[in-house]
Design a binder for this molecule. Structure first.
Ligand code: PAF
Length: 283
């Protein structure tokens, strides 16, 4: 049985624990999470294990990325269970600061990403979100100084924002995007899937089904705009309230009208009852 990961709760304790690994020349991979771990997170940890001698998983529900009306207070917190899962994967360190450790009194600095953070997708519906993510992720990267940092492609816009931010701020960690892990019926794994009722859970895979259908139409040469419009109608008919279903350039996330203009990513966000789901695929 693997050893229980070390837990650091303050920045000085984290730095003290990391120093000997760095002195020994060990590479460090960081997997930032907000806990409530599922197989999607565990796939990121397994990838981290392959990349580096030492794996650090951060568990921090970041208040700065939730708007006042969102689910910060009720976001699932399952620390003991998470720790057991991370132990099985031989994780070396869990970085679990409290809110006052991450944002001490007087904290007055924020990272304000532009470019892929301002393209009218998640940012249109959650305007506070990428500022909060960029601020906490830059802090996590500065605190840990990893060689690699691994994020899921499920939050595709987040991945592009973080990749851009790391390049712009000369952060040396290599940012790696790992493929989305799905349930057998195609639903992208998410900590928020636990909010779905049994009936909603049956409907939820429609999102992925429609994305695949739209992608195959575009690949078959049908016009991008019309294919997306048909997909939107199917999702709405299934009972979702759609925030967006869009074809975007896979790197810049700017609107894109045809496959000739570059690689396409299809991205969707929609509410089913009270639960907001997102998903995306490459074309
Ligand atoms: O994707 C998440 O879980 C969070 O946005 C992250 C990257 C851990 C920052 O809080």
């Amino acid at each position: 049985m693997a050893r229980r990961p070390r837990i650091s709760r303050t920045v000085p304790a984290l730095r003290r624990a990391l120093a000997p690994w760095r002195d020994a020349g060990d590479r460090i991979a960081l997997v930032p999470t907000m806990g409530a771990l599922h197989d999607g997170h565990l796939a990121l940890v397994k990838l981290a294990r392959k990349k580096a001698e030492r794996v650090v998983v951060s568990v921090f529900v970041n208040p700065a990325q939730f708007a006042p009306h969102e689910d910060f207070a009720t976001y699932p917190r399952t620390f003991d269970r998470d720790l057991g899962l991370l132990q099985k994967l031989d994780v070396d360190m869990v970085w679990a600061p409290g809110v006052p450790d991450m944002y001490p009194e007087g904290f007055s600095t924020a990272v304000a990403p532009k470019g892929p953070a301002l393209v009218g997708l998640e940012d249109k519906f959650r305007p506070h979100f990428f500022g909060g993510v960029a601020t906490v992720v830059s802090k996590l990267l500065i605190q840990t100084g990893p060689d690699f940092a691994i994020f899921g492609q499920k939050d595709y816009q987040q991945l592009q924002v973080i990749t851009r931010m790391a390049a712009d701020l000369d952060i040396t960690a290599k940012i790696i995007g790992a493929p989305t892990v799905r349930e057998k019926d195609g639903l992208a794994m998410s900590s928020r899937n636990v909010y779905l009722s049994a009936e909603e859970r049956q409907t939820a895979p429609t999102l992925n089904r429609v994305l695949r259908d739209v992608a195959s139409k575009i690949n078959a040469g049908r016009p991008v705009g019309a294919s997306v419009k048909q997909g939107l109608a199917i999702i709405e008919r299934a009972g979702f309230k759609v925030d967006y279903l869009e074809a975007r350039h896979a790197q810049t996330l700017e609107p894109i009208a045809s496959k000739k203009a570059g690689p396409i990513r299809l991205l969707v966000a929609a509410k089913l009852g009270k639960t907001r789901l997102i998903d995306n695929i490459g074309v």
